[in-house]
Ligand binder design. Structure first.
Ligand code: NAD
Ligand code: ZN
Ligand code: ZN
Length: 345
């Protein structure tokens, strides 16, 4: 089968012909119904060798859903043909974090040497994906795999970020969402679905701000020199109880720190690598700055429930596997609305 693989660090991935994997004991072969193109893949292509101890080559694509194609020996509880979401962070499955379903924070991640399919192991930009354990698959029910694929990252990651801030996001509060791309457009919907907070979306691109409005933002603010003042005004001078930064560049973290309230949180999800001089006085009293990663299996269950209830829906642009290089080019140029999903079959 054809697979879109990272072959060399700091080079674009390449199409390579690889054998269709055969599931061994405990493993499951999934026919990929959708593989989302995440901005993290662009970072992955740019990071110098040694940033992560991943062995090359591997197939990219860490945001996947599809159908069970074949079960390895000993696998029970799944039916061939069943639609599934693939939980993306693949931990050891046995440590304390993994037993809590938080494989994103597996205690043995360093030992494992890969973070999951598409992040050190073969991912979903191919016709089939080998998943190391049935525990990493969640039933989709009647959700369509190509719309469900983004739920496993573009929705799960912001869901985790929202959930950690839930106690702050009481009625009367405000939450700023910076960057309304794949993750941000889901963040807005998740906030709308699980809180009564005032949602203020920030982006550089007017088209992204339009999408933000369409999916439920109360206010939209261009990401410019006036953004902080505008947000202050919109929040009656109080600022935001939480800022979810889906960019993570110096100006966005700075913006977050300048509009967060005392005891609020600036949750930096974006991996742009911006720095912030955190010190006494740099942020209001008791405000926190955090860098969460992905989400837990239980949180993915909750995300799938939100989607099945029709409360969140990924805005998907569909592409073929052959389009993958073009998809990433467009993502780099900011020309994808919502999420681009590659449908290999
Ligand atoms: P995306 O390209 O789909 O969206 C990024 C959005 O940010 C775009 O709408 C863009 O216009 C906007 N933007 C860029 N610079 C901006 C600025 N200065 N101010 C305001 N808006 C700006 O990206 P995505 O796939 O949604 O990913 C977002 C970020 O989150 C990436 O850095 C990605 O690597 C990261 N990420 C982190 C995790 C995690 O677990 N921490 C998980 C997934 C993705
Ligand atoms: Zn991602
Ligand atoms: Zn573990």
């Amino acid at each position: 089968m054809k697979a879109y693989q990272l072959v060399e660090w700091q080079q674009p991935p390449e199409f390579r012909d690889v054998p269709v994997p055969e599931p061994g004991p405990g493993e499951v072969l999934v026919k990929v119904g959708g593989a989302g193109a995440c901005h993290s893949d662009l970072h992955l292509m740019e990071w110098p060798e040694g940033t992560f101890a991943f062995e090359l080559p591997f197939t990219i694509g860490h945001e996947n859903a599809g159908w069970v194609e074949a079960l390895g020996p000993g696998v029970t509880g799944l039916d061939v043909g069943e639609a599934v979401a693939v939980y993306g962070p693949w931990g050891c499955g046995r440590c304390r974090a993994c037993r809590l379903g938080r494989e994103n924070y597996c205690e043995r991640a360093a030992e494992i040497g890969a973070l999951g399919g598409g992040l050190g192991r073969d991912g979903g930009m191919a016709e089939y994906l080998l998943v190391p354990s049935a525990r990493l698959l969640l039933p989709l029910g009647d959700l369509d795999p190509k719309e469900a694929a983004p739920l496993s990252d573009a929705a799960l990651t912001p869901y985790h970020a929202v959930k950690r801030n839930l106690e702050r996001l009481v009625p009367g509060s405000a939450c700023v969402v910076i960057g309304v791309g794949g993750l941000g457009h889901m963040a807005v919907q998740i906030l709308r679905a699980v809180t009564a907070t005032q949602i203020i979306a920030v982006d550089l691109d007017p088209a992204k701000l339009e999408l933000a409005r369409a999916v439920g933002a109360d206010e939209v603010v261009p990401s410019d020199a006036d953004a902080a003042a505008t947000i202050r005004e919109l929040t009656h001078g109080l600022g935001a109880s939480a800022v979810l930064d889906f960019v993570g560049a110096e100006p966005t973290i700075e913006l977050g720190a300048s509009v967060v309230r005392p005891e609020g949180e600036v949750t930096v999800v974006g991996l742009a690598g911006g720095t912030f001089p955190f010190r006494f006085g740099a942020m209001p009293w008791d405000a926190a700055l955090t860098v969460p990663y992905w989400g837990s299996t239980i949180e993915l269950m909750e995300v799938l429930d939100l989607a099945r209830a029709g409360k969140i829906r990924s805005h998907v642009e569909e592409f073929s596997l052959d389009d993958a290089p073009d998809v990433y080019e467009r993502l780099r140029e900011g020309k994808i609305d919502g999420r681009a999903v590659v449908v290999p079959a």
